[in-house]
Design a protein around this ligand. Structure first.
Ligand code: ADP
Length: 462
């Protein structure tokens, strides 16, 4: 086994974890901690005082008002809560402060363990241009286009677009969550698209830096989950297909991605872990690729636990949330690449509190609910009858996950699970998910990242 990268880090241990998040992921991380024998601190905003995971945590603190900027994003309040409760580590979950390099740094400077990668890795991957540069250097295939930000003068930008070839996509270097991107089908729209995206980037991400790459017309979104310890070990845990997206937001995910040869996946997985070793990455991470005509093109790396991690847990049998905590404690990975065997097929449906037609968020009290149970069925959620869905946060209220020996059986299991799920008192996207699992093209695995939007358009027109 390789020498520890950082002996001081390898020796750090903690027995209490503050979970700096809310909702289903706060509940999920709490389970992982408890199974590892760790104590937990739950935090909440005023809107989340009734959270069920607050009752099962060892400590539960309200750290601020409902507005996330003053609670879940308030770094000082979170650090103070850790101090008051004696927490030795902070788990950021996803969203909120999970990919905030300054927060990771502040946590470490306060003498606590940040359950995630080093601040420098977060900063490199958080800027899509520096991420692309690091990946090219590590031999990871990227979408055609320069690994530098666009210059100011329009004539040079035009030349870059011509070299790449239309259609192109302009992206904000600091973009995320599907925002800060604009497709330019032909030269005509270039100037306007640059001006609009630059302004959006400046306002939403605090930096006007943009870059350009080829817009792939019919790709699938395929991702590779990696897990790295502080001793130089890195493994990849199979792959996921997250092509079912609406407005660049994932709706249904599955593992493995159908119809891609195991040789092709192995080649890209091997490149990903090699890249992790080169950049001395620690913790869990996801390499996101677009996949078109048999080739993979890196688009970004997420340096946190992802919403869709359960489909990989179901197929690989590895508890990714627990492994993430253990590697943060400096524990060497027990599993080697040869031990990773993915079996069967898993789907995840994101159940959102939203109108199934207009997609407007739905708020209110859940008056009654029935969740599916049985072999190969998992529900990650924090909701219960009487739970009030507030308007302040993301509309994700539950994740329905199934696992079965084959993709066909997993689809049937999901159909049945969706059929028996009932959430009363608010609107959800359940009708849409049910209809999607009846779709024949989806059943055949013939989809790309535009499929769901097109399918929704046909539905509206019918
Ligand atoms: P974000 O960080 O906002 O999630 P990503 O770079 O991961 O942004 O891209 C989100 C989605 O946008 C992808 O899953 C894909 O659907 C689409 N996309 C991004 N880059 C391209 C591209 N070069 N060609 C086609 N679609 C793209």
């Amino acid at each position: 086994m390789a020498e520890p990268l950082d002996k001081a880090l390898a020796e750090r241990r903690f027995d209490t974890v503050l979970i700096a998040n809310r909702g289903e992921i706060a509940a999920r991380i709490q389970h992982a901690c408890r199974e590892l024998g760790l104590k937990t601190v739950a935090i909440c905003s005023e809107a989340d005082r009734q959270a069920s995971y607050g009752k099962t945590a060892d400590s539960f603190l309200c750290i601020g008002p409902s507005n996330a900027a003053r609670s879940y994003l308030n770094q000082d309040a979170i650090l103070l809560a850790a101090h008051l409760t004696g927490a030795g580590a902070i788990h950021p979950g996803y969203g909120f402060l999970s990919e905030n390099a300054a927060f990771s740094d502040a946590v470490e400077k306060a003498g606590l363990v940040f359950i995630g990668p080093e601040a420098s890795s977060i900063a490199t991957m958080g800027d899509k241009i520096s991420a692309k540069r690091a990946m090219i250097a590590a031999g990871v295939p990227c979408v055609p286009g320069p690994d530098t930000s666009l210059p100011d003068d329009l004539a040079s930008i035009e030349r870059i677009a011509q070299e790449i070839g239309y259609p192109v996509i302009i992206k904000a270097a600091g973009g995320g969550g599907g925002r800060g991107m604009r497709v330019v089908p032909e030269a005509d729209g270039l100037h306007e698209a640059i001006a609009l995206t630059r302004e959006e980037a400046r306002q939403a991400f605090g930096s006007p830096a943009l870059y350009m790459e080829k817009f792939l017309e019919h790709p699938r979104h395929i991702e590779i989950q990696v897990l790295c310890d502080t001793h130089g070990n890195a493994i990849w845990l199979g792959h996921r297909d997250c092509s079912m997206q609406r407005r660049h937001q994932k709706v249904v995910e599955e593992a493995p991605a159908p119809g891609i040869s195991s040789e092709a996946i192995k080649a890209v997985g091997t490149v990903c872990v090699e890249a992790c070793r080169q950049i001395r990455y620690r913790g869990v991470g996801t390499f996101e690729f677009l996949y078109e005509n048999g080739s993979f093109y890196f688009i970004e790396m997420n340096t946190r636990l992802q919403v869709e991690h359960p489909v990989t847990e179901m197929t690989s049998g590895i508890d990714i949330a627990q492994a993430q905590i253990q590697v943060a404690q400096g524990v060497p990975l027990e599993t080697s690449q040869d031990d990773v065997t993915c079996t069967g097929h898993s789907f995840e449906c994101r159940i959102n509190a939203e109108d199934p037609d207009s997609f407007l968020p739905s708020v209110g009290t859940i008056t009654d609910l029935a969740l599916p149970e049985g072999p190969g069925i998992r529900v990650d959620t924090h909701i219960h009858a009487g739970y009030r869905v507030s308007p302040y946060y993301d509309s994700l209220i539950a994740k329905l996950i199934v696992h079965a020996p084959t993709r066909t059986e997993a689809m049937a299991r999901m159909r049945e699970a969706l059929a028996v799920t009932r959430i009363e008192g608010i609107s959800t996207n359940l009708p849409l998910l049910r209809a999607l699992f009846e779709d024949e093209s989806f059943a055949r695995g013939e989809t790309d990242i535009h499929y769901l939007e097109q399918w929704l358009q046909h539905r509206r027109a019918a």
